[in-house]
Design a protein around this ligand. Structure first.
Ligand SMILES: Nc1ncnc2c1ncn2[C@@H]1O[C@H](COP(=O)(O)OP(=O)(O)OP(=O)(O)O)[C@@H](O)[C@H]1O
Length: 259
């Protein structure tokens, strides 16, 4: 599935935040959207997933206007994990994950054996199966994040949109989440679009990176095309070098020492 946006203008009320943005998200790729605080990353993600109305431009899924999709039909194509999410206090993990099947069920339909299989497989893929009978308030922040990703996975979308999926996670859970994203993408072919702050993660996990600065696209391309010392300086205003280490496939970012 491909998503393309042309000449997008997006804002809040009278305030225009994103202008003239073109974006193309290829099939089966991991795409990261990076940029400084307030540059418009989440706004773009919301517009691409119809959580926010854009003021001008078009967004198309496989050439068809996003606005023409019914809600269930859209939920079968794209899964969205926003930055903020909450579930009722008395929910158990399995119950929450089951909700992802709703776009595939009739109005009063009960879960089929196929639904049960998909729910179990999403919990196993995200390492949350052992938590299935726990209340979502009994599990840690990292586990909660994985449970939400499992919920979106049970939708069986063709593209997952994740807004800062590693926020609040310690380094071990951040790496777990990145590993899981990469594995899901490789094993199931699901496309992934993520807003990321951590440039090292973006460098490590992405096929394609889009850099947003002041509501406009600054650049896009492969990680090595996009993550350069020039970009660090011009977009983030920080010094740094991209370092290649023998025996390591991906380079590392070495930020300038603090004065
Ligand atoms: N609900 C809202 N109402 C009004 N303005 C908003 C709203 N949400 C975001 N904005 C403004 O839109 C601009 C872009 O915000 P957005 O959240 O897209 O940036 P971001 O790049 O995702 O930032 P961050 O990295 O800090 O999460 C900011 O100036 C922000 O203040």
């Amino acid at each position: 599935m491909e998503v393309s946006a042309e000449r997008l203008q997006i804002g809040y009320g009278d305030c225009v935040v994103v202008k003239d943005l073109d974006i193309h998200i290829g099939r089966h790729e991991v795409t990261s959207i990076i940029g400084p605080n307030g540059s418009g990353k989440s706004t773009v993600l919301k517009a691409l997933t119809r959580l926010l109305k854009y003021q001008r431009g078009t967004v198309c899924i496989d050439g068809r206007d996003l606005q023409d999709f019914g809600p269930k039909e859209l939920a079968r194509r794209i899964g969205v994990l926003p930055q903020m999410h909450s579930a009722p206090a008395d929910f158990r993990v399995k119950e929450l994950v089951s909700y992802g099947r709703m776009p595939h069920q009739g109005f009063f339909a009960r879960k089929s054996p196929e639904d049960e299989r998909i729910i179990e497989s999403a919990m196993r893929a995200t390492g949350t199966y052992h938590l299935r009978d726990k209340s979502i308030h009994e599990i840690s922040g990292g586990e909660t994040q994985r449970v939400w990703i499992a919920t979106v996975l049970t939708q069986q979308p063709e593209i997952l949109f994740l807004d800062e999926p590693t926020t609040y996670l310690d380094i071990s859970h951040q790496l777990d989440t990145m590993r899981m994203v990469r594995r899901l993408n490789r094993e199931t072919g699901v496309g992934v679009v993520m807003v990321l702050h951590d440039l090292s993660h973006a460098l490590e996990v992405s096929d394609h990176i889009v850099v947003i600065k002041d509501g406009k696209k600054y650049s896009e391309g492969t990680p090595s095309e996009v993550i350069t010392s020039k970009m660090l300086r011009e977009v983030y205003g920080v010094g740094g070098e991209i370092i290649h280490i023998e025996g390591r496939q991906k380079p590392l970012i070495a930020f300038a020492e603090l004065a």
